[in-house]
Design a protein around this ligand. Structure first.
Ligand code: AMP
Length: 224
């Protein structure tokens, strides 16, 4: 059974951290559209040049571009036995396109990580990421700049879109454009929701249980 997981939730819910762990434990790739775009911006590719200003304002990059990126990425050999999506889909148009790409593959498992807005604002304004590998530092390291990455030793910095006004806009964009996806997915037998206001370990344990229970629905042949 290939795990095709969408980790769904607002910015700051902990999707990236949890996606990294699940990908490692299942030996499947974590596919983060935010990471792909940030790398493109860093490398000044044509996609990066198109995405840069949009990202810095907290808006969404165009559906066609994002759908093309994901179509190409999930077709690669390492994604044949499953993947964890972090940050995609973010609009109903993207979700419809993803369903089409999944034809002939095991069903998508969708897990929402739910966190109240006040907690998201607090987390995002404190979040520190590695300047080199993009890893999000654990809470202990999130007290300010100047620390180093626990994975590669790179410098910890604040993400340019984690500044106050952009954070608010990203949360607004989430409510307007991405939250409607809950309605899109919630009646599927493979949709689950976990409480993201707990410690990362606790969220991780709940996520594993949610994935196992959704997976058994897929194994029994229950299809959306
Ligand atoms: P993230 O790291 O997932 O918070 O993404 C950072 C930024 O990249 C977002 O605020 C968007 O500007 C852009 N982005 C990432 N994923 C998508 C997507 N699926 N659709 C549109 N824009 C995206």
């Amino acid at each position: 059974m290939a795990l095709h997981l969408i980790l769904f939730g607002p910015p700051g819910a902990g999707k990236g951290t949890q996606a990294e762990q699940i990908a490692r434990s299942r030996a499947i790739p974590k596919i983060s559209t935010g990471d792909i775009l940030r790398e493109a911006v860093h490398n000044r590719t044509a996609i990066g040049e198109r995405a840069k200003a949009i990202m810095s304002q907290g808006q969404l990059v165009g559906d066609d571009l994002m759908i093309g990126i994901i179509r190409e990425r999930i077709d690669q050999q390492d994604a044949r036995n499953g993947f964890v999506l972090d940050g995609f889909p973010r609009t109903v148009t993207q979700a419809v396109a993803l369903d089409k790409m999944m034809a002939g593959r095991d069903a998508l498992v969708i897990v929402e990580i739910a966190v109240p807005e006040a907690e998201l604002l607090r987390r995002l304004s404190m979040r520190m990421v590695c300047d080199v590998c993009g890893h999000t530092a654990g809470a202990g390291a999130a007290s300010g700049p100047g620390g180093t990455c626990e994975l590669c030793g790179g410098k910890l910095v604040q993400r340019s879109d984690d500044h106050d006004n952009v954070i608010r806009e990203r949360l607004n964009v989430y409510v307007r454009q991405t939250q409607p996806l809950i309605e899109f997915y919630q009646n599927r037998p493979t949709f689950r929701s976990v409480n993201g206001s707990q410690s990362p370990d606790r969220v991780g344990a709940d996520l594993m249980a949610a994935i196992d229970s959704a997976d058994s629905g897929v194994a029994k042949g229950v299809r959306p």
